[in-house]
Design a binder for this molecule. Structure first.
Ligand code: PGA
Length: 254
């Protein structure tokens, strides 16, 4: 199983800024070992510019931050998986907590996107995570179980495990500088692994579980060494090539 280092640029960067940063990242990732992969979730408007800057067969794969579950149609403002593929994407992010909280996306809608995007040929990184109130109220497990059950409801058992990653991002750790502690990460990732084993007849032990929430170069090596942590999803610290490059290469001999 390859460790996945993923950058989420959110709503940052013009085409020019994005292309420059992607190009620099690609150079830094020349040292990425064969057992690691890197993906960049760039804004829609910058995807084609990034694909062009990266050239053919880049180490850094591209993904959209969202998609709509239809091939085409009267869905003003939306982007289809086919359009993402056309821009050079191989991945898509689904169910980020900012889309759940700010754009009001439901678990059911996220489930539709997951199934549709996988079927359309994109690899999916599915984000889940609880709020602080849910965690403090003893709701961690029911919330994660509900999010996972709905999101994976249309995913067939024969779907190759490496095509879908679950990114656990506690809402209280996103952009706050507060990282979940090792014990919290181990406990939660074990819950997610147990859910996946039960949900898929084949167990899907090769399905990666990423951690996200205030990941930075200084804490990455420890986080990816924890049980059932198979990579990271990085927001703020992915905006500079130097910083995301250091995350992607964390823990490796200099
Ligand atoms: P952060 O964001 O690294 O800035 O906390 C992570 C995310 O939202 O994916």
């Amino acid at each position: 199983m390859k460790t996945l280092m993923a950058a989420n640029w959110k709503m940052f960067k013009t085409r020019r800024e994005a292309a420059d940063c992607a190009r620099e990242l690609e150079t830094r990732l020349e040292k990425l070992p064969a057992d690691r992969e890197a993906v960049l979730f760039a804004p829609f408007t910058a995807l084609a510019a990034c694909a062009e800057a990266l050239g053919p067969g880049p180490r850094l794969r591209l993904g959209g931050q969202n998609c709509y579950p239809a091939t085409e149609g009267a869905f003003t403002g939306e982007i289809s998986p086919a359009m993402l593929l056309d821009c050079g994407c191989s991945h898509v992010l689904v169910g980020h907590s900012e889309r759940r909280a700010i754009l009001g996306e439901s678990d059911e809608f996220i489930g539709k996107k997951c199934a549709f995007a996988l079927n359309a040929g994109l690899d999916v990184t599915l984000c889940i995570g609880e709020t602080l109130a849910e965690r403090d109220g003893g709701m961690l497990r029911p919330v994660l179980d509900r999010q996972l059950a709905e999101a994976l409801s249309g995913v067939p058992d024969d779907m190759p495990a490496e095509r879908l990653c679950v990114a656990y991002e506690p809402v209280w750790a996103i952009g706050t500088g507060r990282v979940a502690g090792p014990a919290e990460i181990i406990e939660t990732h074990a819950l997610i692994r147990a859910f996946l084993r039960k949900r898929f007849a084949s167990g899907k032990d090769e399905m990666r579980i990423l951690y996200g929430g205030s990941v930075k170069p200084e804490n990455t090596a420890e986080i990816i060494s924890l049980d059932n942590v198979n990579g990271v999803l990085v927001g703020g610290a992915s905006l500079r090539a130097e910083s995301f490059g250091a995350v992607a290469l964390a823990g490796l001999p200099a």
